[in-house]
Write a protein that binds this ligand. Structure first.
Ligand code: FE
Ligand code: FE
Ligand code: ZN
Length: 277
């Protein structure tokens, strides 16, 4: 089954997001758990969540993907920033218990001048405090473009974090097509090779979600600039292969292209027409 959605604004609550998703032909969606630049989250409205859960059942929405604020930096050199990342994640995961079975995606972080090893150590430290055996949410590490000192620029770095985390067995991966392309993985000419590499290093069973984006830059640019589907250096032909690839076609896809909601609707229609049922 083709599970496709996009990033939606969470400002009007859960039910509003689900309705918006259905109105644009999506059967899943992604949202920020709070203002993407951080700050306090709105309190959970239990009535809204309950109505949302009923609506999802009626409309075949099975999985949703919550995205942590992208400014969270679990491996900052500043202990107060690391502490903020930890407290935000604990709070987000508590609130996600209202929608059990969701995914929660985060950017591993930027080590700045401390070096990769220190960065990974802090990320693992945070995950060890945040992950609990009884959580009903799967936490996903996002593959990054490698801008600046981003951790998670290659599959090996992701794997080290998973291996060193006590409850790493519960972690998954969200693969961002723009990011891995800009990180130097040739998904245009060698999608099979890239996925084999992922399988060897991390294991395809860990791959839980895909951020489906084109890129404004050539392979290896490490700049992290998303482009609309078919308008960038990845292109529609490669994206068609990605959504239909036997190893990917049953994983949920999330658009994070620079689009309006109306634009997302058009991209979803286009992708549905290219997906081989
Ligand atoms: Fe992201
Ligand atoms: Fe992404
Ligand atoms: Zn990005």
């Amino acid at each position: 089954m083709f599970t496709i959605g996009c990033h939606l604004s969470s400002s009007n609550g859960y039910l509003a997001m689900a309705k918006e998703a259905v109105s644009i032909g999506a059967n899943t969606f992604q949202f920020f758990t709070r203002n993407p630049r951080g700050g306090a989250a709105k309190a959970i409205d239990v009535n809204d969540v309950n109505a949302f859960l009923v609506f999802c059942k009626e409309h075949g929405i099975e999985k949703i993907l919550a995205h942590a604020p992208y400014t969270l930096n679990a491996c900052s050199a500043d202990p107060s920033i690391r502490d903020f990342a930890k407290r935000t994640m604990i709070d987000d995961l508590e609130r996600l218990e209202y929608t059990p079975g969701s995914y929660y995606n985060f950017h591993p972080g930027s080590h700045v001048k401390q070096g990769l090893e220190v960065g990974i150590t802090y990320i693992v430290e945070m995950l060890n405090e945040v992950l609990k055996d009884n959580l009903h949410t799967t936490v996903l590490l996002e593959t990054m473009a490698g801008k600046g000192s981003e951790v998670g620029r290659n599959f090996e770095e992701i794997k080290i974090i998973i291996d060193r985390t006590e409850l790493g067995c519960n972690l998954g991966v969200c693969l961002d097509t723009c990011h891995i392309w800009e990180a130097g993985y040739d998904i245009v000419h060698d999608l099979d090779g890239v996925l084999e590499k992922f399988d060897t290093v991390v294991g395809l069973e860990r791959l839980k979600a895909i951020h489906l984006n084109d890129s404004k830059n050539p392979m290896g640019a490490s700049k992290d600039r998303h482009e609309c589907i078919g308008k960038g250096f990845i292109g529609l032909e490669a994206i068609t292969k990605i959504i239909n690839h036997p190893s990917l076609r049953n994983i949920p896809f999330y658009l994070e292209t620079p689009q309006t909601v109306a634009g997302y609707k058009e991209e979803i229609e286009l992708l549905r027409s290219l997906y081989i049922e």
